[in-house]
Design a protein around this ligand. Structure first.
Ligand SMILES: [Zn+2]
Ligand SMILES: [Zn+2]
Ligand SMILES: [Zn+2]
Length: 752
C-alpha cells in the first residue's frame, strides 16, 4: 500500500512551507485513509516542503501509508520528539480544499471516522503516482539506415515491411507499430535493438476529448427554454443555489440540464452528473454525445484499473471537463467544480449502505455548497425530502409539463387479483393475459415487471414443511433454476439444488413457493408459445455492453416480451413497447418501511413511463390485492400531488423525515447474547433530552445477517435537535466488548 515516491517528489519550492512563523514548529497533521479517530501529527522534515492537501507518505507503526496533509499539527499534542517525520511528498495534484472540507463535513454529519471518508476520495492509489512513461518506436534517418546495412545488419522481408510502415508514422508503442506493419512485436523490438528504429519516451496522453457546448442543441419548447434560461443564469452567477427540476417522463429534463452543463463548460469550469446505476445509461451517453459531440468521462464500478487511474488524475488536473458517474464520483478531486447534477434524485440507490453510510443526493447539495456552485436535482417523481426543501424556500422548483406529440401518458388500470384471479400456481390474471396476447398480435412489445430475481423466493418440503433458509441470514434461499442453485440475496451464499430434505429425509419433496422472474417466464412461454421472451435482471445484465446489446435487441424487435426486475425500470425508451404489466404492485408495500408507499409510487410511475411513445399510447396494468390503497388510487387517477400531499401529512403527523429526524443504531455481532446485552445497555443509558425519543431495541428485520446477530434502536428527534451531538455523546463513549459492533445510520433508508 505504501508508495515509494520518485526522486522528482522532492524538488518542491520550500517557500510554500506553511507555519514557518509558528515558533519554528514543523508539526503537521496528516489524515490517513484508515478508520482512525482523526488525523495524526508528523514532522515535516526541513528539505521537504509541504502544503495542506499534499499527498504524503507517512510511517504508521512498521508500514508506510499514503495520507493527506490536513493542516497544522497540535502543539499541545504528542511531544515533538516522539513525532515521526513524513517520508516523502507524492507528485500528484493536492487534494483541493473543497474536498478536504467535504471529508470533514461528511464525517461530522454521518459520525464516520474522517479517514474512512478520505478513503473514498483516494480510492485509486495508483493515480497518485505520475504516469510511467511508455516506450515508443520511430523511424531513424535514411543515412543511419544505410550505415546499418553497411555494417551488415540483415534486412529481412519483415523488417522491410516494418521500416516502410514506420517511415509514415509518428512514434508509437511497439504493439501499435507492429499491428500497422503486419509484423510481430518481437520484430519491432529486435529492429530497435539492431539500430533500425529509435526508442523514444512517450508521455501518456489523456484520452479525454472536450465536450463542445457550442454545438447546436435540440430545439427546446417554451417551457424547456424558460427552465434552461434560469439554470444557465444560476451557473453564470457561480454561487451555491439548488433547483429541483420536476418533470414527468418525456418532458425533456435531460435536454434542459444539458444547457446548464453547456453554460458550465462555457465558463471553463467542471461539471459533475450523478446517475443511479450508471451501467445502464448507454442511452444517456448517446444523448450527451448528440449534444456535445463526445462522450463524457465516466466513473463507475465497471471501469478497469487503468481507466480509474487516468480518470482520477484527469479530474484532478482539470482535464476532465464533464464527468458522469455513480455516487462515488462525488468524492473525486475536482479543482474547479462549477455544477453538480443529480438525475433521478429520488432513487434510493444514492444511499450507500456499506462502509460509510451516506446519501449521495444530500451530499451532492453539501458538495455544491462547499464548492459554492449550483446544484440541480432532477426527477419525474421528486422525493418528499426535496419537495419539503422547496416548500421551506431552500430550493427553487422548475416544473416541466409533458411535451405533446412526444409522449402521451399511459393509461393506468388497476387489476384486482382477488376478483380477476390468476390460475392455480400462476401469477397472471386473465385481464393481463389477454392484454399480452393482443399486444403480441399487434406486433408490439410488452414488459412484465416483477421485482424478484430467480425462480421462486421460497422453497419448502411438501412432506414436513421445512423451508430452505440461509445459514448466515434470517432469509429464505431463492431458487435460481437456470443456474441450478439456491442463493441468498443478502449475503450471496449459494448451494446446489437439493434432492433430499435435510429435515425429514424425503426425496424430491421440494416445492417452489411464489413467483420469481424465471417462473413467470415459464408461465408466459406456456400460454404464448410463439413469443420471444427475455429475462432481464442484474443476474443477466451486469455490464454496459450487455445493457447496450439488450437495447439493440429490443430496438430490432428481436424480443416480444421482457420480464424484468427494477433494472428495466430505469430510463429506457422503446418506441414499440406499449404494454406494461406489474405482476405484484403490492410487493414494496410490505415490510413497514416509512417510505414504502412513496417508493412504490415512484417505482410504479417509472415502470409505467416505459409504456407508449409518440403515436402509440401505452397501457399499464397494475395487479394488486389492495386496490383501495392510496398509492394505487393515486397511480390510477394520475393525481401525484394529492398523493404527495397525503404522504406528507402523514409523515408530519408522526414526526418522520423530512419533518423530523431519524437515526438507526444497529448492534451486531456473532454472539447473540452479547448483542442483546449491549443493545439493552445502550437503551438504558440513552439520553432523553426534550424532543428525542429512543425506540427499541428490537430484532432488526434481518435479525441474522452474514452470520451476525442484529438488534436495532431507532432514534427519533424533532427537526431542530442536533442528532449528531446526542448520538456522539452517547454512542462514542460506548465500548462494546469483543466482536460486537455499533453502527450508526443517520437518515436511514433501509429498515432491514
Ligand atoms: Zn439471485
Ligand atoms: Zn421435509
Ligand atoms: Zn445469507
Amino acid at each position: 500500500m505504501a508508495n515509494r515516491p520518485s526522486s522528482t517528489s522532492f524538488d518542491h519550492d520550500s517557500s510554500d512551507l506553511f507555519g514557518v512563523e509558528d515558533a519554528g514548529s514543523d508539526r503537521i497533521s496528516v489524515l490517513l485513509p484508515l478508520p482512525l479517530s482523526g488525523a495524526y501529527d508528523y514532522l515535516a522534515s526541513e528539505n521537504l516542503a509541504v502544503k495542506p492537501g499534499d499527498f504524503v507518505v507517512a510511517p504508521l507503526g512498521r508500514r508506510l501509508v499514503v495520507g493527506v496533509i490536513w493542516g497544522e499539527g497540535d502543539p499541545g499534542g504528542v511531544a515533538e520528539e516522539k513525532l515521526k517525520p513524513i517520508e516523502a511528498v507524492l507528485d500528484a495534484p493536492p487534494l483541493p480544499k473543497a474536498n478536504r472540507d467535504f471529508v470533514d463535513w461528511l464525517s461530522a454529519y454521518y459520525l464516520a471516522p474522517p479517514g474512512a471518508v478520505l478513503k473514498m476520495a483516494m480510492s485509486v492509489q495508483a493515480a497518485l503516482e505520475p504516469p510511467a512513461p511508455k516506450t515508443g518506436y520511430a523511424a531513424v534517418e535514411p543515412d543511419i539506415l544505410l550505415q546499418r546495412e553497411a555494417e551488415g545488419v540483415r534486412m529481412t522481408a519483415a523488417r522491410q515491411k516494418l521500416l516502410a510502415a514506420a517511415a509514415d508514422r509518428v512514434a508509437e508503442p511497439a504493439a501499435d507499430l507492429a499491428k500497422a506493419a503486419g509484423v510481430s512485436v518481437a520484430v519491432v523490438k529486435a529492429a530497435a535493438d539492431a539500430g533500425l528504429l529509435r526508442r523514444v519516451s512517450l508521455v501518456e496522453q489523456y484520452p479525454f476529448s472536450t465536450p463542445d457546448p457550442s454545438l447546436p442543441g435540440p430545439e427546446l419548447n417554451d417551457e424547456q427554454e424558460q427552465a434552461a434560461g434560469i439554470l444557465r443564469e444560476m451557473v453564470r452567477s457561480g454561487s451555491f443555489d439548488v433547483a429541483l427540476l420536476d418533470g414527468v417522463t418525456g418532458s425533456g429534463k435531460t435536454e434542459v440540464y444539458f444547457e446548464a452543463i453547456a453554460a458550465t463548460l462555457e465558463e471553463g469550469r467542471q461539471a459533475l452528473v450523478l446517475l443511479p446505476e450508471i451501467a445502464l445509461s448507454a442511452q444517456w451517453l448517446r444523448r450527451f454525445e448528440e449534444r456535445f459531440g463526445v462522450i463524457p468521462a465516466e466513473w463507475h464500478s465497471d471501469l478497469t484499473a487503468a481507466q480509474r487511474r487516468r480518470t482520477w488524475r484527469g479530474v484532478a488536473e482539470g482535464k476532465v471537463r464533464c464527468l458522469v458517474g455513480a455516487r462515488s464520483a462525488l468524492h473525486l478531486p475536482f479543482p474547479d467544480l462549477g455544477l453538480v447534477v443529480v438525475d433521478e434524485e429520488h432513487e434510493s440507490a444514492f444511499k450507500q449502505e456499506d462502509g460509510v453510510h451516506y446519501h449521495a443526493r444530500d451530499m451532492a447539495v453539501v458538495r455544491g455548497r462547499i464548492a459554492d456552485c449550483p446544484v440541480i436535482l432532477a426527477s419525474a417523481t421528486p422525493s418528499l425530502e426535496s419537495l419539503a426543501n422547496v416548500e421551506a424556500g431552500r430550493y427553487r422548483r422548475l416544473v416541466l409539463p409533458e411535451r405533446h406529440g412526444v409522449a402521451e401518458p399511459p393509461t393506468i388500470q388497476i387489476v384486482d387479483i382477488r376478483k380477476d384471479k390468476p390460475g392455480r400456481q400462476e401469477w397472471l390474471s386473465p385481464t393481463l393475459r389477454q392484454a399480452l396476447e393482443s399486444t403480441l398480435a399487434e406486433g408490439e412489445q410488452s414488459l412484465l415487471f416483477l421485482n424478484r430475481r430467480g425462480y421462486a423466493p421460497l422453497t419448502l418440503c411438501r412432506t414436513c414443511g421445512f423451508r430452505l433458509a440461509c445459514p448466515n441470514c434470517s432469509s429464505w434461499l431463492v431458487e435460481h433454476r437456470f443456474a441450478r442453485r439456491l442463493e441468498c440475496h443478502h449475503c450471496g451464499y449459494t448451494t446446489g439444488q437439493m434432492q433430499t430434505c435435510p429435515s425429514c429425509g424425503d426425496t424430491d419433496s421440494f416445492a417452489a413457493c411464489g413467483p420469481g422472474v424465471e417462473r413467470l417466464a415459464e408461465e408466459v412461454a406456456a400460454f404464448l408459445p410463439g413469443a420471444a421472451i427475455e429475462i432481464v435482471t442484474s443476474d443477466t445484465l451486469h455490464s454496459p455492453f450487455q445493457a447496450a446489446a439488450f437495447v439493440d435487441r429490443m430496438t430490432a424487435k428481436e424480443i416480444d416480451i421482457v420480464i424484468g426486475t427494477q433494472i428495466v425500470a430505469k430510463g429506457y425508451h422503446f418506441p414499440m413497447l406499449t404494454l406494461v404489466g406489474v405482476v405484484d404492485a403490492d410487493l414494496g408495500l410490505n415490510g413497514g418501511d416509512l417510505r414504502a408507499s412513496e417508493r412504490t409510487y415512484q417505482l410504479m410511475q417509472q415502470v409505467a413511463g416505459r409504456a407508449g411513445r409518440a403515436g402509440r399510447p401505452g397501457r399499464v396494468l397494475l395487479q394488486t390485492a389492495n386496490p383501495d390503497a392510496p398509492v394505487m388510487q393515486a397511480l390510477a387517477s394520475g393525481d401525484r400531488d394529492a398523493f404527495l400531499e397525503q404522504e406528507s401529512a402523514m409523515r408530519r403527523d408522526f414526526g418522520f423525515p423530512p419533518f423530523g429526524r431519524l437515526a438507526a443504531l444497529i448492534v451486531s455481532g456473532p454472539d447473540e447474547r452479547a448483542v442483546e446485552a449491549v443493545s439493552r445497555d445502550l437503551a438504558r443509558q440513552a439520553p432523553r433530552p426534550a424532543g428525542v425519543q429512543v425506540l427499541g431495541p428490537a430484532p432488526a428485520a434481518l435479525a441474522l445477517l452474514r452470520g451476525r446477530h442484529r438488534r436495532r434502536l431507532l432514534v427519533k428527534a424533532e427537526k431542530g435537535v442536533s442528532m449528531q451531538k446526542v448520538l456522539a455523546d452517547w454512542v462514542a463513549s460506548f465500548r462494546p466488548p469483543g466482536q460486537t459492533r455499533i453502527a450508526v445510520d443517520i437518515d436511514p433508508y433501509s429498515f432491514l
